[in-house]
Design a protein around this ligand. Sequence first.
Ligand code: NDP
Ligand code: MG
Length: 398
Amino acid sequence: MSLGVTILGATGTIGVNTLNVIQQHRSRYRIIALTANTSVDKLYEQCLEWSPRYAVMMDADAAEQLRQRLLPINPDIEVLSGVEGLKQVASADATDIVMAAIVGGAGLLPTLAAAEAGKQVLLANKESLVMSGQVFMDAVKRHNTRLLPIDSEHNAIFQCLHGQDKVAARKILLTASGGPFREHAAEDLHDVTPEQACAHPNWVMGRKISVDSATMMNKGLEVIEACWLFETTPDHIEVLIHPQSVIHSLVEYIDGSVLAQLGNPDMRTPIAYGLAWPERIDAGVQSLDLKTIAQLSFSQPDIARFPCLRLAYEAMLAGGTTTTILNAANEIAVAAFLQTRLKFTDIAKVIETTLANLSGRAASSLEIILEDDAKARDLAQEAILRLYSSSSPLLRTA
Ligand code: NDP
Ligand code: MG
């Protein structure tokens, strides 16, 4: 019997890589649902190839366009829209596995719906965990959900912890490529463009996560993600710059053993691992040629040039909705940078200002999380406006 797969964010880089792995194992999986935000053309092509039972567009107009185009060709595909449509397909009976690969906070409700329905959740959408850690993990426990990390570092850590005495793990070494500006001087960071920020040296990724990698907020979000996934605290996680992106992360044990997971930087490896767990399937990834790579190097991150990493550590230590606020402010700042409304180095300033203007509180319910997420987004927009109007102070006085 094949397994039913729903891909939230099918048109993105993770979604397309997931389809690529499934393509290699067509008898093992069948596609139940594919979703996108506004990319009608791309989802239409995917529907023609995969004939899912459902296609969901977040955007209602886009859904209507897709419906009209599919009707004469494949009327059996039910086209849904909005967050309710996403939640419906994430929890549909026919779905066994949900790839959570929507970018940003928009992924939270559908990913949570999958967790609450007890699906096998392949988590790429790290923002959902950063926003709602406790609430999300409680849902996973309550519904006995199998949660498998797709983020390459967390997938590596998961593999290094599997079958081990977890109590004996001393620390997690979370590797980071350092992004495209790893060697830029601080003064050269002011005027970098979105195109430069999105040109990652090792990975092809969506624009938002590419900017996060360039600011190193991605690594900060990953520290938070690791705390929730592996039930640990920031002081047990060390970020290590490793420009080759060959070692995807490591776990050190109390006897001095350090286990690492290595591989070419290709997201199909963690995706295949998540799809087939606990078995392994061919991902179509080339063998790792260590002779050609020849050297693996490591160094400490520079928190002064990349303050987002510090902000994320501090937010996790503060706890509660502080990480929700951090994530929301980051999303607003990154979007503004991509629209060239904000300078690269001001991304961290907007986040820091938002965190200073809104205190976190106990993240005891989804309602509280969504409320603070919305407030932080408003405050971050306000901070961007104030930043470039010289008369207004950044910090709120009232
Ligand atoms: P992309 O930007 O390439 O794709 C995002 C997907 O989400 C698209 O299908 C997009 O649809 C959809 N989407 C965007 N906004 C919304 C919305 N408001 N509502 C519903 N759907 C939406 O991102 P990536 O594939 O690179 O990343 C996806 C997630 O995986 C992120 O959380 C990222 O941090 C994480 N991740 C990615 C890695 C990578 O290598 N790319 C590695 C590790 C984690 P549309 O095409 O219509 O815009
Ligand atoms: Mg990662």
